[in-house]
Design a protein around this ligand. Structure first.
Ligand code: SAH
Length: 344
């Protein structure tokens, strides 16, 4: 099974379902994923500096702690000066990718986003700029790209429209989310899609549909982590995703998409104290340490007990270095573009 997946970069639906639901191939999968990752990336682990610049959101995703209906949350947005200060500190620490992530905040109009992107582009010409600010019009995405953004992270969340409808309010649609990703790809962004493993109502058939969607989309990055409940959302009593299915899916994705950039996510580190280290050993090759000011980190609570909210960026940087080295890999601070971009 694992050899076939590795060689053909594909399996039948039946085989995928078997692989997703059994621990029988786990040892072989982990070993093969690490081999493939090393054949392309060696022992490199790329760090991205994450700046969570607003927790205002007009959306109401049922799983998300910063959904608009969460009245218990204290809202914040960083000023452009504060964002630039995060970049300055991050650059001094060696970061060459800045990820601006936030809720869909009406204050941050397309004009304002373009402005901050241009300022970062000007101040840090040697850095990649990644946006993760949700669903926008194609025209807006084009303007962000023209202003100097290189990459865009937008998890599709689930490729199955019926499942999508169980996780989102009626005004959001699976179709629009997919449309966004295809637009972003066409414009020329390096794109990232992805899902939460163990999301409420998720079945193995849904994950199979996600794999098929990813095969069609061919994203440069895939972000996956466990679903974790948040106490002030409708999914407060749902059980969290489990460790092993996340690791297994990381391994499968590494074999399916050998050159994909695959983060070991904060949610994985929240689920298990060594979650990110295990993720790296199962094929992940990116970590996204937090560069947000410590004073706001507690407020960007997508799920309960999120880790790394108390440390200064410099401490965080050192902690990552130790974790990566301890897992048998090496931190690389270059931009870490998708190998597919440099070939083009
Ligand atoms: N507003 C942006 C950024 C969303 S937050 C956007 O729409 O893309 C980034 C990701 O966090 C989401 O895509 C989602 O997959 C994940 N996330 C949100 N709530 C979560 C939860 N309760 N558990 C685990 N991951 C969650």
């Amino acid at each position: 099974m694992i050899e076939a997946l590795r060689k053909n970069r594909d399996l039948t639906d039946e085989q995928f379902l078997e692989l997703l639901t059994s621990d029988r191939w786990d040892d072989a999968l982990k070993a093969a994923a690490d081999e493939v990752r090393r054949s392309i990336y060696g022992d490199a682990v790329y760090l991205r500096g994450l700046i969570e610049f607003t927790n205002y959101c007009r959306n109401d995703c049922l799983y998300c702690g910063i959904r608009r209906s969460n009245r218990a949350l204290e809202r914040y947005r960083l000023t452009p000066e504060e964002i630039l200060a995060c970049c300055r500190e991050g650059h001094a620490l060696g970061f060459r990718t800045f990820v601006l992530q936030g809720g869909e905040d009406p204050y941050w109009t397309d004009d304002r986003v373009c402005q901050i992107v241009s300022q970062i582009r000007e101040g840090y010409p040697d850095c990649a700029i990644t946006l993760s600010i949700g669903e926008k019009s194609r025209e807006a995405y084009q303007r962000f790209y023209d202003a100097g953004a290189d990459r865009y992270l937008l998890r599709h969340e689930t490729a199955d429209p019926a499942h999508y409808a169980m996780l989102h309010p009626a005004e959001m649609s699976c179709e629009n989310r997919k449309r966004c990703l295809y637009d972003l790809r066409e414009i020329g962004f390096q794109i990232g899609a992805g899902i939460m493993v163990g999301a409420p109502f998720q079945t193995p058939a849904h994950i199979l549909a996600d794999i098929r969607f990813l095969q069609d989309l061919q994203p440069h990055m895939i972000g996956i982590g466990p679903f974790l409940p948040h106490k002030d959302t409708p999914f407060r009593d749902r059980k969290p995703g489990e460790l092993q299915p996340v690791l297994r899916l990381l391994g499968i994705l590494r074999l399916l998409f050998p050159d994909v950039l695959l983060p070991a996510t904060t949610a994985l580190g929240t689920l298990h104290p060594l979650g990110r280290e295990l993720g790296l050993q199962w094929g992940a090759n990116v970590i996204m340490p937090n560069l947000s000011p410590v004073g706001v980190r507690e407020k960007y609570m997508l799920y309960d007990n999120k880790i790394c909210t108390g440390e200064e960026s410099a401490q965080c940087r050192g902690c990552m270095e130790r974790r990566v080295t301890g897992s048998g890999y090496r931190v690389v601070m270059s931009r870490g573009d998708s190998p597919r971009m440099t070939q083009a």
